[in-house]
Design a protein around this ligand. Sequence first.
Ligand SMILES: Nc1nc2c(ncn2[C@@H]2O[C@H](COP(=O)(O)OP(=O)(O)OP(=O)(O)O)[C@@H](O)[C@H]2O)c(=O)[nH]1
Ligand SMILES: [K+]
Ligand SMILES: [Mg+2]
Length: 438
Amino acid sequence: MSFDTIFALASGGGRAAVSLLRLSGPGSGAVLDRIAGGRPAPRLASLRRLRHPESAELLDEALVLWFPGPRSYTGEDAAELHLHGGRAVLEGVTAALLACGARPAEPGEFTRRAFLNGRMDLTEAEGIADLIAAETAAQRRQALRQAGGALAVRYAGWAERLTRLLAHQEAAIEFAEDGLPNTLEAEVRREGAALAAEIGAHLADGGRGERLREGLWGAIVGAPNAGKSSLLNALAGREAAIVSARAGTTRDIVEVRLELGGVPVWLADTAGLRETPDEIEAEGVRRARRRAEEADLLIAVFAADQPPDAETLALLAPGTLVVANKTDLAPAPAAIGGQAPIALSARDGEGLAALRAALEAVAAERAGLSEEASLTRPRHRAALGEAAAWIEEAIRAPLPELAAEALRAALRALGRLTGRVGVEAVLDVVFGDFCIGK
Ligand SMILES: Nc1nc2c(ncn2[C@@H]2O[C@H](COP(=O)(O)OP(=O)(O)OP(=O)(O)O)[C@@H](O)[C@H]2O)c(=O)[nH]1
Ligand SMILES: [K+]
Ligand SMILES: [Mg+2]
């Protein structure tokens, strides 16, 4: 495969001490010859004067690194220019690179080339995108694991076993044509069932990897004036939502981002649940209910000095955290909706630590890092589900030819997952998520 030569700012934009420009492609060495007075020794930093190739104007004094392919990130000839981080420096060097015939890279193009050159599979490339996006330690650990090949190795192992099954299935077809007895088909069925069960167990993880990657959806619901907005503000540590003594204060959803035990959580404050003639408030109540239905993590707030309201009681589900607020006004009831509530006062902060601990436990249970590497994207789930379904189909197939065909389809599904079957549409989806320069 042969590409043109691309470049991009790999560090953040704006004024900085140092800006990192990255180059990749067959012309990288020639670019260094023209603007940096030659190629430094491979992989060793060298201080060079950078000049425009035509005017010879001095543009910067920079650290230059030369990575001859295939031992580079992309697998191609590549280079790095560590420039002084000013805008004019960057503009001058960019003009010099354009004059050398290099072009600005598209988002994710370096990693795309690394993938196309066999430096990594698609799940590893996705892990790199996730590592760049990681905002919590648990997200970083999950991303590092995936970028390091934890999913790639497992999926490649499954593809290998499937390939062997397919070979045996095809041999069984030939044996049958020769009228020979064979035990291969029984083996294919047994092995296929074991493989489908393994994939099924990997899929039955409650979506924890996807949730850790994307964050949990949380919602606070309750009657008007139960203290939902006060609680949101207390958890967020800032006045994110308006609090007032008037029932029906909150209408729109007010969302804050929290980190609970390494898991990012988008926690929503919602309108108090009640029948109301006010159409704006009624829309707020509808949104509150919808958000409660979608939530991975639901907090139901009751005021300790009021009887529990039927509207909120009706939303309680297994796993809902039940809170009795305003315990400075009245003691918390022993049970609400059959559950012992977490007693607190959003006003004084009393009991807040216990709620935070309970939230962290729920977040860790639903989205914490698992022992084994978890799949992290709907794309993974879809492809693995398809592969498992085709293996089941192969086991049930009435004719050996149909079984072989189903095994081939299962292999294709796994191939799309790892990128062995190169479908352009899949690549665009994966690399479209990247930033420029990676
Ligand atoms: N005494 C006491 N008052 C509280 C406590 N928490 C909230 N309040 C008061 O209760 C009233 C309602 O609080 P909000 O936080 O606006 O209640 P809300 O559930 O968001 O109300 P809506 O948005 O109208 O549904 C305000 O006057 C708060 O100051 C508490 O723990 N103790
Ligand atoms: K209120
Ligand atoms: Mg409110």
